[in-house]
Design a protein around this ligand. Sequence first.
Ligand code: NDP
Length: 369
Amino acid sequence: MDLSLLLHAFIPSWTSVAMLLGYFTYLAIFGSILPGKVVPGATLSDGSRLHYRCNGLLLLFLLVLLLGIGGWMDLLPPTAIADRGLELLSATLVFSVLVTNVLYMVGCKSHNQSSSLRPHTTGNLIEDWWFGIQLNPQFMGLDLKFYFVRAGMLGWLLINLSVLVKCIQESNLSQSMILYQLFCVIYIMDYFIHEEYMTSTWDIIAERLGFMLVFGDIVWIPFTFSIQGWWLLRNKVELTIAAIIANCLVFFMGYLVFRGANKQKHMFKKNPKALIWGRPPKVIGGKLLASGYWGIARHSNYLGDLLVALSFSLPCGISSPVPYFYPTYLFILLIWRERRDETRCAEKYKDIWAEYKKTIPWRIFPYVY
Ligand code: NDP
């Protein structure tokens, strides 16, 4: 493609801006009014707890239904997202910068002293803008961190579905595309079915909301996790039956570890006596789980996620590194994240963490690292 044409493809049309604003407005309005289990979040340092309405699955079904009806009535073609991928990417990027600027200004001006809203400033503008000022900023009763990650995960699904329709319209549907789509649908649906587990993740309990999270949630997740789908739209891969079976095994093993480990930790936080694999849990210092997946390696949930990420790329074969962007990025991110979390936990749990490390020496990769 000619460079000027490529650059032109990034300039958002009013249609893209309207689609984006419509999407965020839908999530805000329907996220507040649709019913869903209300889950208390982690207890914050001042003893308060936020509450999260977990209605993401309903939001997903309703939106897919509305878009289906819109497509059927010729109001919005189902390929609208796939046709405007680059425009939507730049519009979302601009939106994430604007949102971060507002968060920065509101955070700096806040005099609220609660754990959620107390401003944390280092005096370094770039650092404060990047990492955020407040832990849990809210807008119209919505917890913005929970809102943005939901927007990212649902956005990823919408991009994939639109790419799938485009692929079918172009009579280009392959086994690879079916595998990639299937794995992603399972993973994303699973996210929304277990949306309440998100409330005990590090992003929600420990990270402040700045550009890193806003960009990560609404730009990075939907637009880079879907690279394999975009790539398969333009490239053909022949898979053998053995490759398909191996690919499915990698996905299901990864999924089992990812979901199992996150579930065990979530259940343990709710009830430290809850059985793990049918047995009473091994607990260190009354606070850290050292059985189940957490007794095999520290942060074994990251291993599960890495296998799942790899399984999203394997359908693309090995002719190009492009579809391996997501597992490569995730590998770097999770190694870095594990180290940051390790520092945080060592500070928080002190001797208990040291004992946990002695009992479970492996980090992410059992018997390797
Ligand atoms: P974790 O869910 O692993 O949470 C880390 C926190 O869990 C620690 O800070 C500590 O918090 C608690 N903890 C750690 N070890 C133990 C233990 N043995 N017993 C009890 N509590 C423990 O981290 P994340 O939030 O980073 O990840 C959640 C999921 O999201 C993971 O599966 C990860 O792979 C995935 N993820 C995916 C990304 C992607 O781009 N696809 C990006 C980031 C994460 P506390 O203070 O509460 O004890």
